[in-house]
Design a protein around this ligand. Structure first.
Ligand code: MTE
Length: 315
């Protein structure tokens, strides 16, 4: 597969994978001596670039690129895990525009290239790893969603953010025909404070390369403390709204999928336990399962967002 780098990444800015730091080292380092200083084993060049190292980084081994890009959910291209890799090449991802509208002072239609060019150095996130979904550790490339939201100036009554995937039956086989797996376009939502959290990112690449189509090119959401289905792909619209928006999976099966989708080992899915997770790319179905961590290991950063809420009710 021939894939190129996102336009704003210089090859010299991509660090070998063994240069990542653990979240603990990162936070301690950040607290103790300012954000970039003292990070172990980083080249001078990368350390200088990484003015704000991502607190998303973990010390876990990343999932191989081949697994991240061949085991996917993207129902617009079929319901089997291998379908997106086989079929998603039919989606044209250039040019790409994203409307940001609703309860904002400055509704804007962004060209993706312009967004990437306007993202400041401090806002860019590199080399982060993010344990997510069915347990993959993915070195995403992206920037905080808040960078886009703050540009349009949300109004005081904006409480939620609604997202929409592109609707293009001509290019997406799963959106054609009689048997539709989901209602289109695919939609997702976050509370505004979740959306503004620095861990919530818009990803445009992984492993230092432009995002492959099956992973949601050219731009998709990553919310590392939630299950994968919050990771809406190929986004064309972001709307600030007052009421909790619909999400595709909640609409499809409300008893199984709630709005929040926080990783919660104590709440079983009606059809399976969520107490353990199967890491992809490590021994297939027979891989040793790991205990699932609350909020995917990010409780320290995000648990406050849900203070006082019964997470069994708001699942
Ligand atoms: N986005 C769209 N547009 N369509 C989808 O079917 N599936 C979701 C999410 N985003 C989906 C989507 C689900 S269920 C998961 S688990 C993640 O994408 C999978 O992301 P990945 O294939 O990059 O691992």
């Amino acid at each position: 597969m021939l894939i190129s780098r996102p336009p704003f990444i210089r090859p010299s800015e991509i660090t070998p994978y063994d240069c990542y730091v653990s979240r603990r080292e990162l936070l301690m380092g950040a607290a103790a001596m300012g954000l970039a200083a003292g990070l172990p084993s980083w080249s001078a060049e990368a350390a200088a670039f990484e003015a704000i190292p991502s607190p998303l980084s973990t010390a876990d081994e990343p999932t191989p690129f081949e697994d991240i890009t061949s085991y996917n959910n993207y129902y617009e291209f079929g319901v089997d895990k291998g379908d997106p890799a086989a079929n998603a090449h039919t989606l044209t991802t250039k040019p790409w525009t994203i409307s940001v509208d609703g309860l904002v002072a400055r509704p804007t239609e962004f060209h993706l290239e312009d967004v990437l060019n306007s993202v400041t150095l401090e806002e860019r996130i590199y080399r982060l790893r993010c344990v997510e979904g069915w347990s993959m550790v993915i070195p995403w490339v992206g920037f905080p969603l808040s960078a886009v939201l703050s540009r349009v100036e949300p109004l005081g009554n904006a409480k939620f953010v609604a997202f929409e995937t592109v609707l293009r039956p001509d290019e997406m086989a799963g959106q054609r025909g009689f048997l539709q797996a989901l209602q289109w376009p695919y939609v997702e939502g976050l509370r505004l404070d979740e959306a503004m959290h620095p861990l919530t990112i818009l990803a445009v690449g992984l492993y230092g390369e432009t995002l492959p189509n099956q992973n949601g090119a050219p731009i998709r959401l990553v919310v590392p403390w939630k299950y994968g289905f919050k990771s809406i792909k190929s986004i064309v619209r972001i709307s600030l709204v007052e009421k909790q928006p619909e999400t595709s999976w909640n609409r499809q099966n409300p008893d199984e999928y709630g709005f929040y989708s926080n990783v919660n080992p104590e709440v079983d899915h009606p059809r399976w336990s969520q107490a353990t997770e199967r890491p992809i790319g490590q021994g297939g179905l027979f891989a040793k399962r790991n205990p699932t961590l609350p909020f995917n290991g990010y409780a320290e950063q995000v648990a406050d967002l849900y203070a006082g809420m019964d997470l069994r009710v708001f699942y």
